[in-house]
Design a protein around this ligand. Structure first.
Ligand SMILES: NC(=O)c1ccc[n+]([C@@H]2O[C@H](COP(=O)([O-])OP(=O)(O)OC[C@H]3O[C@@H](n4cnc5c(N)ncnc54)[C@H](OP(=O)(O)O)[C@@H]3O)[C@@H](O)[C@H]2O)c1
Length: 427
């Protein structure tokens, strides 16, 4: 049996997971790929005892990147720099690369895939989206006969944990976040997760494969969950919905929609049952119909599983003739502007409890051609009460126009929240 030398950049959470999987599942992996995998060098920042042969470790990346014996490099250091330069160096040295780095792939994926193509090597990145869920490979291979019409994903475990705590235990955002931090699910600076940046990176990677696009991640509409309150969650529940941070991609006639924001989904939707740190991805293909993927979206072994699977895929392909593996697209697609997006809307308005206010607001919605499906008032007798409106399907610009007019009414103290509703799923 041939043996193959692999270099590992990074030995943190995921690097350690990859090591453990290669030890534990050694026999299965060898059978699956037909090679004996030898992890011959591991890059770290500093030398310390890590419980394995210390001669394996180096702090010089070029011991791996320029090592002629190493044929495959696994990048697991994270961040944009120096990770991107290391990946490019490995590719230009004709090494295949596996990474779980969503930031690098979402930002430089096109350039790196182009370089991989030019050099006749593979660049795989299954672990970069939804950890252990094999979603990229599914889109690339198993769903290749479909036009993907829609993707809706809970692809950030931290925010899903926070929203689950808020929904099931009535916690407010701050205390749910503090609990997520205490459990190690959220970073000390939680901005990337909580404000939806992490999910937009992943949506960018998903949409490149699913919709054959090449759009900058900054162009994706993004809203986080920090404005969601227990009151909104309660109202949503009363109306038969749950609130989730969704990454949404939809293929339209001439444009695509890409957006990340908190969303009301019906309580019977499969995504509504995805709780805690779990991820779920709902996909609609024009041939296969609706599909739902569910699993651990992060963590050492689940993500390590995706990384090692990429490694095995490359090894299998190495024994065949090379064929361009990756979705590199120069397709110019229009990204639909957020104001042209259609949705239903949940809008919570804080108003003075005086007669006629509901009528005035309803008229302003009507004047902007926004039709209402549900209205709830809570807190009768208090000086300021909540009015909650659910609209029928309408265009975002109409809702924004109505909101501007409603805000200026003397009786309105604030627009407490506006959350989009995805309500077209039929069980
Ligand atoms: N954690 C997850 O659940 C998860 C899930 C999906 C994807 N990912 C992705 O997987 C990648 C790795 O994440 P992780 O959680 O394993 O990170 P981590 O625990 O912070 O580990 C990073 C490793 O890289 C090494 N390193 C960092 N910067 C370096 C540099 N400039 N030069 C040399 N070595 C460097 C560190 O060395 P030292 O050990 O010496 O500090 C450490 O071993 C990231 O791209 C992340 O986004 C992570």
């Amino acid at each position: 049996m041939k043996s193959i030398k692999v270099g590992l950049l990074g030995f943190g959470n995921i690097g350690r997971g990859v090591w453990d999987i290669l030890q534990t599942n050694n026999t299965t992996i060898t059978q699956n790929c037909g090679y004996k995998i030898e992890l011959s060098k591991i890059l770290v920042q500093s030398h310390r005892d890590r419980g394995i042969d210390k001669d394996l470790f180096t702090t010089d990346a070029y011991d791996i990147l320029d090592n002629e014996e190493i044929e495959i490099v696994i990048e697991l250091i994270g961040g944009l720099s120096p990770a991107k330069d290391y990946i490019l160096r490995a590719i230009n040295n004709k090494k295949h690369v596996v990474t779980a780095n969503k930031a690098v792939i979402a930002t430089y994926g096109d350039e790196l895939l182009g370089a991989a193509n030019k050099n006749g090597v593979y660049l795989y990145y299954e672990g970069s989206v939804a950890g252990g869920i094999p979603i990229l490979d599914s889109i690339r291979e198993s769903l290749a006969a479909n036009q993907i019409q829609e993707i809706m994903g809970i692809i950030n475990g931290t925010t899903n944990y926070i929203l689950t705590k808020m929904a099931l235990e009535g916690s407010d955002f701050k205390s749910a976040l503090a609990e997520a931090q205490a459990k190690g699910y959220a970073e000390a600076d939680p901005t990337s997760d909580v404000e939806g940046y992490d999910a937009s990176y992943k949506l960018s990677i998903l949409s490149a494969l699913a919709f054959n696009t090449n759009l900058p991640v900054e162009n994706i509409y993004r809203e986080g969950i920090s404005k969601i309150t227990p009151i909104d969650i309660e109202y949503a529940k009363e109306l038969g919905f749950v609130i989730k941070l969704l990454a949404i991609g939809k293929q339209g006639e001439n444009s695509i929609e890409l957006r990340v924001h908190p969303t009301l989904i019906p309580a019977y939707h499969p995504l509504a049952a995805v709780n805690d740190v779990y991820n779920g991805i709902f996909i609609k293909g024009n041939a296969v119909g609706n599909l739902m993927y569910y699993g651990k979206g992060a963590g050492s072994l689940p993500t390590g599983s995706a990384v090692v699977a990429d490694l095995i895929s490359i090894l299998k392909k190495m024994s065949c003739k090379y064929s361009a593996p990756t979705a590199i697209s120069d397709a110019q697609k229009n990204l639909q502007s957020m104001t042209a997006t259609e949705s239903e809307y949940y809008i919570r308005v804080m108003v003075k409890d005086i007669p006629g206010v509901l009528g005035k607001i309803a008229t302003l919605f009507g004047n902007s051609a926004v039709s209402l499906s549900t209205v709830i008032q809570k807190g009768e007798g208090e000086p300021v009460v909540s009015l909650v409106f659910i609209t029928h399907q309408t265009i975002e610009s109409r809702v924004q126009e109505a909101i501007e007019k409603i805000k200026s009414l003397d009786e309105v103290s604030e627009i407490a929240n506006l959350i989009r509703v995805e309500n077209h799923y039929k069980a």
